[in-house]
Design a protein around this ligand. Structure first.
Ligand code: ADP
Ligand code: MG
Length: 348
């Protein structure tokens, strides 16, 4: 985890200058900051001056910071009721929350229904167990172990999303089941990326690329070429010569990848990743990585987790039935498969 006290913009650099676009001269800038969503945020964009770009970066930073605090399940912030506050009050009382929490939870419930329960933000009780075993296993690999079926089964009785009671009128959320908890890790980053990119666009950034730990959202296309942005998909095989396995073209759309290669632990030589299939309560082992392209990075994030938990044929059918949504699967033997129209996004 990145735990440095650097939440300000670290770096703004001009990447290219004097690029003509219509009558205005646009320069390409880039900024980067840490600390939000425990990952690195990168912004690339075209604007007329460094000062202007700095403003956009600041707007995105400040917006993401608020989302980060609201959607945090581990930490408290003074004066903020967040997802952790909701969890802490499970079975006790409704918690008054910001509209942005209500919106995220409503969105998550929609995606739960769309994905037949594969992405379930009410899966916290089971995810917590894996989280604990994973952390202990990473800390002390010799003694790494697996949760017992019994403890998983008991926890799994407290994962009913219908027990999350949203009162929009009063802007409160109540978890009816005292033993349940919300984990928005599969959706929040992509959802917040979507909102922050909207905010930047509304503030005047007309050409940009926002990446929050690999959740990528393109704001329009690349202003200099008038072509889509080129975005690399990381090769899950870290030892491979090519660090980027595919470059895709994004025009006002998003790319999100879920993989088994960043967060996992090992028990008796076997890898256990951090994406848990609600139907088995075990880490999903179908693929090494799944990437989703769709217009909305919140949707892409939720689907990347869901598709990661579905057998290929089922996921393929699911994705092909969704308009303007594409997927790429990477299997552990390095085979790559695509949904019907994914290849039209690949840069040749
Ligand atoms: P990441 O954010 O690590 O790139 P994901 O978007 O796939 O990857 O989210 C994984 C996180 O989502 C896990 O760390 C966990 O907190 C949570 N999670 C894991 N499995 C599920 C699931 N089936 N439904 C909902 N949330 C999940
Ligand atoms: Mg996800």
């Amino acid at each position: 985890m990145i735990k440095k006290v650097i939440s300000i913009i670290l770096l703004i650099s001009a990447l290219m200058s004097l690029t003509a676009c219509g009558e205005k001269e646009l320069n390409k800038y880039q900024s980067e900051f840490l600390m939000l969503f425990d990952t690195v945020t990168r912004i690339v964009g075209y604007s007329e001056s460094k000062e202007e770009f700095k403003e956009y970066s600041q707007i995105i930073h400040d917006d993401l910071k608020e989302y980060h605090q609201l959607y945090d399940i581990y930490n408290d912030y003074e004066g903020v009721n967040n997802i952790k506050t909701i969890n802490d009050n499970a079975g006790i009382k409704p918690v008054k929350v910001d509209k942005r929490i209500i919106e995220l939870l409503k969105f998550s419930k929609e995606l739960y229904e769309k994905t037949n329960g594969k992405t379930n933000i009410a899966f916290g009780s089971v995810l917590k167990i894996w989280h604990k075993y994973r952390n202990e296993g990473i800390e002390d690999p010799e003694n790494a172990s697996l949760p017992t079926d019994e403890e998983l089964k008991i926890a799994n009785e407290h994962t009913n999303i219908e027990d999350m009671i949203i009162d929009e009128e009063n802007s409160t959320v109540f978890l009816k089941d005292p033993l349940m908890s919300l984990d928005v890790g599969a959706i929040a980053k992509g959802y917040a990326t979507e909102q922050a990119s909207k905010m930047a666009r509304d503030s005047g950034l007309h050409s940009g690329l926002l990446s929050v730990g690999g959740n990528v959202r393109a704001i329009n296309n690349n202003a200099t070429t008038n072509e889509p942005w080129n975005v690399g998909i990381q090769n899950p095989d870290r030892e491979a010569e090519k660090s980027v396995i595919e470059v895709v073209k994004l025009d006002n759309s998003s790319l999100v990848t879920s993989g088994d290669y960043e967060r996992y632990y090992t028990v008796d030589g076997e890898k256990y990743n951090h994406i848990i299939d609600p139907d088995t309560m075990y880490p999903s082992k179908y693929f090494t990585a799944v990437s989703i392209i769709s217009k909305n990075s919140g949707v892409s994030d939720a689907l990347s987790t869901a598709i990661f938990c579905m057998p290929f044929e089922e996921g393929l059918e699911f994705i092909n039935s969704m308009p303007e949504t594409e997927a790429m699967w990477i299997f552990s033997d390095k085979t790559i498969k695509y949904s019907d129209n994914f290849e039209s996004f690949i840069k040749q």
